[in-house]
Design a protein around this ligand. Structure first.
Ligand SMILES: N[C@@H](CCC(=O)N[C@@H](CS)C(=O)NCC(=O)O)C(=O)O
Length: 223
């Protein structure tokens, strides 16, 4: 019974799930479709990607999908079993999803550069300039988090699988690149983990905002 992950690989949340699947060495197929496609709308009440099918089980929301994969399959735990360490990892996963994604990805990368509201589709300076003061406050927090190893589950956790795609995309645009360069902990963290097998093998080959061709599921990772 093979697991089907549904959603375009350029989505940072699809990427997180693919890192998770690769770390756990779970074979899967990727059905590359945009949000609000029929296959997605059939599962997610608001048409967001990723969604997942595994036999009779259908799930929406990356955190639910990653929790299912972590508990259902063998392989290294991506969230610790220890209650305190688990709570600490969840705290960072929540911060990343509720504070970092809305500003760095939705506002700065998304509204600023990938889906600008400008008539000629040039970068939306208003969206970028509105995001930057918030990012300037958030970068030192995340720099300290990675420098002090706050993401806790061994040396690579679900928190990293969430944060890396966000940091990677942010670093691809000028102000984000400048912020990464200024924060040595984040710069070293990005360089180190982009070399990780599960991250490198699942790196999107398509631009955000496109579904792209469905890449073959990678072979099991051995780190
Ligand atoms: N909370 C959701 C967020 C997923 C999400 O925002 N996905 C984006 C693509 S990266 C999406 O589907 N956007 C379309 C929309 O919001 O309508 C999760 O963790 O899965």
């Amino acid at each position: 019974m093979s697991l089907e992950l549904i959603g375009g690989p350029a989505s940072n949340y699809v990427w997180t799930c693919r890192i998770m699947l690769t770390e756990k060495r779970v074979p899967y197929t990727l059905t590359s479709v945009m949000p609000h496609s029929p296959a997605v709308d059939a599962i997610h009440p608001f048409g967001k990607i990723p969604v997942m099918r595994h036999g009779e089980i259908v799930l929406a929301e990356s955190r639910a999908i990653c929790g299912y994969i972590d508990r259902m399959f063998d392989g290294p735990p991506m969230v610790p079993a220890d209650p305190i360490k688990c709570a600490q990892a969840e705290q960072w996963i929540s911060i990343i999803n509720t504070a970092i994604d809305p500003v760095w990805i939705r506002q700065y990368v998304g509204a600023g550069y990938i889906f600008p509201g400008t008539p000629d589709k040039s970068p939306d300076r208003a969206a970028i300039d509105a995001a930057l003061p918030k990012m300037e406050k958030q970068f030192p927090v995340m720099n300290e988090a990675v420098e002090n190893g706050y993401f806790v589950a061994g040396n690579f956790s679900l928190a990293d699988a969430y944060f890396l795609p966000m940091l990677f995309y942010t670093s691809k645009f000028p102000e984000g690149a400048a912020l990464v360069s200024k924060h040595k902990g984040l710069k070293a963290y990005l360089t180190r983990h982009m070399e990780r097998k599960s991250v490198r093998e699942t790196m999107p080959q398509t631009r955000p905002g496109t579904a792209g061709a469905a890449p073959a599921a990678p072979p099991p990772a051995a780190n």
